[in-house]
Design a protein around this ligand. Structure first.
Ligand SMILES: Nc1ncnc2c1ncn2[C@@H]1O[C@H](COP(=O)(O)OP(=O)(O)OP(=O)(O)O)[C@@H](O)[C@H]1O
Ligand SMILES: [Mg+2]
Length: 333
């Protein structure tokens, strides 16, 4: 199938003023400001097929939002080519927005002072959505996102989770083929997250909408995506199946154990103790060689346990593994 998005050698550089130190800083800045270049996105290439649900992850400041802004036509690239549905987003922005929906977790696209329902009604006019389609979509999203209780509430009074649900509805009312989600789960609790996970899955599967989801939480991606791209400092570090990523870099998991008493030694086969602090110990183990429950079984046979916690690796950790791996590959030829 022909890709819906093609990105070739895409870069976005920002010029930012360098901060100077010293007494005459302000005066010196007045005459000659010094600039440095931030390579927010640096020579990135990828293709996305229609119907994919892709996870785009990376640490803070990696370049995720900058990429999304270029794909939606909000930012003009410094260099490189973007084709979405055969169009260059920033050049044909007005036509382009009809094919896409976007949710930015950091800020709402709805009118701050208007009740949710009025914001949505305004969007019907903006996108010229036929009345019957608008009603059908509203009915469906009202049920799926449980919007009813706050439809008459002004957007500024919504809780974060409610606002995100209203924004999702707003982004999808005009049946876009493409949905860009930039950190839609940010700051949400587990229940609210799960509701949004289910909704994203539904939109992708039932409506066959292509979804690009940025997040720095690996667990969002593990629940939803098969393919994942990792970006760090503007460079694409990984693009492939989530399983490959896990196998190569994310195989290690952590088990944190709180013992009922301080034992002199807390060793157990199949895992390494990486940290000890009083009655608490952190173990690392390979996902493929032992299961968490087997490990817990072995531990509880030997020690009295008070509490447990299994931790997945953070994105920063995986990024570090990728760099280490590359370094190793370089040094061994
Ligand atoms: N308008 C701008 N002017 C100058 N620098 C910018 C601008 N927008 C982004 N940057 C810089 O570009 C880099 C990438 O930013 P971006 O917002 O794309 O990261 P991100 O991956 O979305 O991070 P986060 O997880 O924090 O949202 C950062 O160093 C950021 O400071
Ligand atoms: Mg961002």
């Amino acid at each position: 199938m022909a890709p819906i998005i093609t990105v070739s050698n895409l870069s976005k550089h920002f010029k930012v003023a360098r901060r100077r130190e010293g007494r005459w800083r302000v005066l010196r800045d007045l005459f000659a400001r010094e600039y440095r270049t931030v390579r927010a996105v640096d020579d990135v290439s990828f293709e996305i097929a229609p119907g994919e649900l892709l996870g785009y992850i990376g640490p803070n400041g990696a370049g995720k939002s900058t990429t999304i802004k270029m794909l939606t036509g909000l930012l003009v690239p410094t260099s490189g080519v973007i084709q979405v549905n055969g169009r260059t987003p920033w050049r044909e922005r007005l036509v382009h927005v009809r094919d896409l929906g976007a949710v930015f977790g950091q800020r709402t696209t709805l009118w701050w002072d208007l009740p949710v329902i009025e914001s949505l009604a305004l969007l019907q006019h903006v996108y010229e959505i036929p009345a019957d389609r608008f009603r059908r979509n509203m009915d469906e999203f009202k049920a799926l996102l449980e919007l009813e209780p706050f439809l008459d509430t002004p957007v500024r009074s919504l809780s974060l989770g409610q606002r995100m649900r209203a924004d999702l509805c707003a982004a999808l009312l005009h049946d876009p083929q493409l949905l860009f989600l930039d950190e839609p789960m940010i700051g949400l609790d587990v229940v609210a997250k799960e509701r949004i996970h289910r909704f994203i899955q539904y939109i992708n599967r039932q409506r066959r909408t292509t979804v690009i989801l940025t997040t720095h939480d690996l667990s969002d991606v593990e629940k939803l995506c098969q393919r994942v791209m990792i970006i760090d400092q503007g460079r694409l570090l990984f693009d492939g199946p989530l399983d490959d990523l896990r196998e190569r870099f994310g195989g290690r998991r952590e088990l944190i154990v709180y013992f009922a008493q301080a034992y002199p030694s807390v060793d157990v086969e199949g895992a390494q103790v990486t940290e000890r602090n009083g009655t608490r110990a952190t173990y690392q183990f390979e996902r493929d060689s032992v299961t968490a429950s087997a490990l817990i079984g072995r531990l509880s046979a030997r020690y009295r346990l008070r509490d447990l916690q299994v931790r997945e690796p953070e994105i920063e950790e995986i990024v570090r593994h990728i760099y280490e791996d590359r370094l190793l590959a370089c040094s061994t030829g």
